[in-house]
Ligand binder design. Structure first.
Ligand SMILES: [Zn+2]
Ligand SMILES: [Zn+2]
Length: 166
């Protein structure tokens, strides 16, 4: 668990180390589908307040490094080799959670179970799936319903992460 002040302090520290004098600001957003966002036009990096409330500081650090790498690599780099190289250089480890954050950035299919856990897929699942957070085995009571998103852009203001572990 991290509080908003701790997150802001950490962001200031990381901006000073990696984006000195570049005029980037930090903020929290209300997004639930992504962990963080990099708004190139407004030079603003935001982290979901839901993530901040539920995650340890080390996880917030990784999300900030993910977004700082976007700021350094430029919007055209997306999650390609240039962004990856920058991320590696500044200490972004890109482990499981963050791969999931990337899937959430880009996956066009968003599903939710009756309890509201969100799931992300690049293709619409061909068979019915139940929520792995609610139940370990297939259960019709925890069936996920899928919807296609219209657009998914990292640089937009809406960003975040959800509570599911699937
Ligand atoms: Zn990203
Ligand atoms: Zn669920």
């Amino acid at each position: 668990m991290t509080d908003a002040e701790e997150a802001a302090r950490l962001a200031a520290e990381l901006f000073a180390a990696h984006l000195p004098g570049a005029g980037w600001r930090f903020g929290l957003d209300n997004a639930r589908r992504r962990a963080g966002a990099c708004d190139y036009a407004r030079r603003r990096i935001t982290v979901s307040r839901h993530l901040v409330a539920g995650a340890p500081l080390e996880e917030i650090r990784q999300v900030l490094l993910h977004e700082i790498a976007h700021a350094l690599a430029g919007s055209g780099a997306a999650h390609g080799p240039r962004w990856k190289a920058v991320g590696r250089r500044i200490g972004y480890t890109g482990r499981r959670l963050h791969d999931r954050a990337i899937a959430e950035d880009q996956a066009p299919w968003v599903g939710s179970c009756p309890a509201g856990h969100e799931h992300y897929r690049f293709r619409r699942p061909s068979a019915p799936l139940s929520c792995g957070v609610c139940t370990r085995r297939f259960s019709p009571a925890a069936l996920i319903t899928w919807q296609r998103r219209s657009s998914t852009r990292e640089a937009g203001p809406g960003v975040s992460r959800d509570a599911s572990r699937a």
